[in-house]
Write a protein that binds this ligand. Structure first.
Ligand code: FES
Length: 110
């Protein structure tokens, strides 16, 4: 449990609509999609752009500036111009229903 921080309630997250949160000073984009919640660093690896302003599709988040998509499970870009992955973080859900707590740990990359 150490390192996990509550960042949202499940009910606050809409499908395919990223939510930017701050976890111990690290900007994180939370994405609920395909029945799961993912946490990915909010800053594109190509330039200082907030990924949570991009679109979610096929378990990936697209950077709106130049169009690289990052896999929400691995952080790897699917194509240029980004070549480096973005860190992804482990997520835990505690509880049931919309009040379930969404916890993220940025001290360990998943
Ligand atoms: S800033 Fe994200 S792809 Fe260029």
């Amino acid at each position: 449990m150490s390192g996990y921080v509550k960042v949202a309630s499940l009910g606050e997250l809409e499908d395919d609509t990223p939510k930017r949160v701050d976890v111990d000073g690290t900007p994180v984009s939370l994405v609920r999609t395909e029945g799961e919640v993912f946490a990915i660093n909010d800053i594109c690896s190509h330039a200082n752009v907030s990924l949570s302003e991009g679109e979610v599709e096929d378990c990936a988040i697209e950077c709106w500036l130049h169009g690289s998509s990052f896999d929400l499970r691995t952080g790897k870009p699917s194509g240029l111009p980004a070549t480096r992955p973005v860190p992804v973080y482990p997520v835990k859900i505690e509880g049931d229903g919309p009040d379930a707590a969404v916890l993220v740990s940025v001290t360990q990359e998943s």
